[in-house]
Write a protein that binds this ligand. Structure first.
Ligand code: SF4
Length: 506
């Protein structure tokens, strides 16, 4: 491993700003780097990352946190250099995190390709996270092992195995004894058939339920993170949640409130961040909001459905200091939105946002997609029409964030076409022109290149995963050329049959 001690930098300020909410054991004498492929502010706002850190420590690994920035190769806990860690584990939430992980390893001088890393003394690299529910093959070239699905039920086996005395090959073979751990050197290189499955916690009350720290330098500031529910009972055709992450499971409201009350006794914080796909689907939301009011805590919701928004939720947001809401209408056209699986209309959305304005909200962020199945240019322009209507009728300051639709494995629209780059460019051009005419509206278009990468990696086979590593290692390769080669390499049938052989059908 290349020395990463190039410049002295310390996480001391960050450590001092954090308040620990739970007793966390030291984890023993086997150090494990737990990497999040984004800035500290993003990683520390991710409840799953808190869970995995705590579980690793409780299972007997001395986990320390690493982030992409601001200090990439020293741990938060002790400013310890990455080169001191023989085990590196990374939580990967979505496809574009894969190149970030690869670049981080390459810049540290760690060989990112597992086959070339296959020698005693080289770090063992494990991955897990949301992407493994969708397509773990995109991680198959970098990972010595991949934890599939919910990590907590699997990590005791990981920790116990990594602590056993054995050769690298033996350790990987022992890891592969667990049905929710994919070990590419065992499962992919053998050509045999397996019955792997992503771990899914049926009763999420068995998990920790809340964050380990209040971290004011995280994206949510002085917020206590608490989980309400997992999975989703709705069926939006583009979304991976209903099909890949399991049925809707909720934590009892008494348990959620008791977590918040005990956190209040241990630390000072202003807000409670509700970690949930759709807050309005939580059956005891009113009781929870009553409890929060009693405790004098504000609240934050990640995103709200227009058909679930009510005055109580808006008042709770305002009491937490928020003056902004986020809604994802996906399209400006009622019929196209209905075909996505979202039944609310432009009238309903505008009415909900008028109510938001009355309750003291001053701005709204709206998420849309272009390139949806059945879309034409008037559908694209309907986004600008809807923004104009909302701006005019509500007086809210508006941000429209528009991204290309990416068909994902396992969704209702997995077989849909991904639009050609030129087509998306054309649609963005039409929309930009129309959006320029709208007052008090900011238009944010996301990167087409990033969407291409997301598409390529969501359908990656192990061969495409190898290509990704090689292309990232080739530091002279231009981004455009990397994307062209990856896109040309996509073969959905190849990925599907490889997953079928592992028992992980889309
Ligand atoms: S987009 Fe939201 S409401 Fe629709 S299925 Fe996904 S999580 Fe559920």
């Amino acid at each position: 491993m290349r020395s990463t001690a190039t410049a002295w930098a310390s996480w001391a300020d960050y450590r001092e700003s954090e308040s620990l909410l739970t007793e966390i054991p030291s984890g023993g004498d086997l150090p494990a780097a737990l990497f999040f492929p984004a800035d500290y502010s993003v990683g520390m706002a991710n409840l799953g990352y808190h869970y995995i850190y705590r579980k690793l420590r409780e299972s007997g690994l001395s986990a320390e946190r690493f982030f992409l920035s601001p200090i990439p190769y020293r741990s938060v806990e002790g400013d310890t250099l990455l080169e001191r860690f023989g085990v590196i584990m990374a939580g990967i939430s979505y496809e574009c995190d894969v190149p970030a992980l690869l670049r981080w390893l390459v810049n540290a001088g760690v060989e990112p390709a597992r086959k070339r890393r296959d020698r005693e003394g080289a770090p063992i690299i494990g991955t897990g996270g949301a992407l493994t529910y969708i397509n773990p093959l995109s991680l198959s070239d970098v990972s010595d092992f991949i934890v599939l699905g919910d990590g907590l039920p699997v990590l005791d086996h990981v920790a116990e195995t990594l602590r056993r005395k054995g050769s690298r090959t033996e350790i990987l073979r022992w890891l592969a004894e667990h049905p929710s751990i994919l070990v590419p050197s065992v499962h992919l290189d053998s050509g045999l058939t397996f019955e792997l499955s992503a771990a899914k916690r049926c009763d999420i009350s068995e998990d920790y339920g809340h964050g380990c720290w209040i971290a004011p330098k995280s994206a949510f500031g002085d917020t206590f993170l608490v989980e309400l529910q997992r999975g989703c009972a709705r069926g939006c055709k583009y979304c991976t949640l209903p099909s890949r992450f399991g049925a809707l499971r909720q934590r009892p409201v008494g348990m959620v409130l008791s977590d918040i009350e005990s956190a209040c006794k241990k630390a000072t914080f202003g807000r409670v961040g509700l970690v949930t796909p759709e807050a309005s689907d939580y059956r005891s939301l009113d009781d929870l909001l009553d409890g929060l009011r009693r405790l004098d805590k504000g609240v934050s919701f990640a995103s709200l459905r227009a058909d679930g928004l009510n005055r109580r939720m808006l008042r709770a947001l305002r009491s937490g200091g928020w003056r902004s809401v986020t809604v994802a209408p996906e399209s400006g056209d009622d019929n196209l939105r209905a075909s996505c699986g979202k039944g609310f209309t432009n009238d309903k959305l505008t009415e909900a946002l008028c109510m938001a304005k009355e309750e003291g909200i001053s701005s709204v962020k709206l998420y849309f997609m272009i390139g949806l199945p059945g879309e034409n240019s008037s559908h694209v322009l309907s986004i600008a029409d809807l923004c104009g209507r909302i701006g005019g009728e509500t007086g809210l300051k508006l941000t429209a964030a528009v991204s290309p639709f990416v068909p994902k494995p396992g969704t209702g629209w997995s077989g849909a076409d991904f639009s050609k780059e030129a087509e998306l460019q054309g649609k963005f051009a039409i929309l930009s022109k129309a959006m320029r005419r709208l007052p008090k509206t900011t238009f944010q278009r996301s990167s087409i290149k990033e969407a291409v990468l997301e598409y390529a990696l969501s359908w990656a086979s192990s061969r495409v995963s190898e290509m990704t590593t090689e292309l990232i290692k080739d530091t002279g390769a231009a981004r455009g050329s990397i994307l062209r080669q990856l896109t040309a390499g996509i073969d959905k049938n190849e990925a599907e049959s490889e997953l079928e052989r592992l028992g992980l059908l889309f």
